[in-house]
Design a protein around this ligand. Structure first.
Ligand SMILES: [Fe+2]
Length: 221
């Protein structure tokens, strides 16, 4: 997939495809950029150069290698500036995938970066935290405004939606999103929270127990 650009007023978000199916994100305004996750240096460096961007800061969602493998190289490019060009950043603790995940919400950009907590169309595996923790973390994301665009750590959308359809075979929103993925993958992946609530079965679980059952079913899917 090519680099995907999302505009929100003066703020631009670049989704940089890295490794096999990860995304790193550049949130930019007026030539300055903040990076969320540092999976692989070369594609991020290229995106910075091609767009004439100065990297100011790096935020990490969690410590798995496929999200930090490019950190030492990319940190050298960092000016360390903290001018707040992308406005206020709200850190949301989202344990569950690991014991120490963080999501980043940028109200001015109407965007949330969820790493492997909310992976578009589903959620991450339990690799350190508990189902209850991950369920609670998703509830903290769910309360953000519906128009918030969700940027997760991977493109697993097709597999995630196929699982969703196995749970809710008549869900028209899941079917439509799967169709859209074939013609415009970026539009299907980077949905709004309102859309996620309709087509992501993990966000539709009403209790931690229901969520835990879904999570273990997905592990075997
Ligand atoms: Fe991870």
């Amino acid at each position: 997939m090519k680099l995907y650009r999302f505009e929100h007023g003066p703020i631009q978000i670049l989704a940089v495809p890295v490794l096999n199916d990860n995304f790193d994100y550049l949130i930019c305004r007026a030539g300055k950029a903040l990076l969320v996750d540092a999976s692989e240096a070369a594609p991020v460096r290229r995106a910075l150069e091609e767009n004439g961007l100065e990297l100011e800061q790096i935020l990490l969602t969690h410590e798995h290698y496929d999200h930090i493998g490019g950190l030492s190289e990319l940190a050298l490019l960092c000016s360390g500036g903290a001018t707040g060009v992308v406005g206020q950043v709200r850190e949301i603790p989202t344990p569950g995938h690991t014991i120490d995940d963080t999501a980043y919400y940028f109200p001015e950009a109407a965007a949330v970066f969820t790493g492997d907590c909310l992976i578009n169309g589903a959620c991450g595996r339990l690799l350190g935290g508990t189902a209850e923790e991950l369920y609670d973390s998703l509830q903290r994301i769910k309360v953000l405004p519906d128009e918030t665009r969700v940027f997760g750590g991977h493109d697993y959308l097709e597999d995630n939606l196929r699982f969703g359809l196995s749970v809710e075979p008549d869900n028209a929103q899941i079917k439509a999103r799967l169709e859209l993925y074939r013609t415009d993958p970026a539009a299907a992946i980077f949905s709004t929270l309102g859309e996620e609530k309709q087509s992501n079965v993990f966000l539709r679980a009403k209790t931690a127990g229901e969520f835990a059952a879904l999570r273990s079913a997905k592990d075997r899917f």
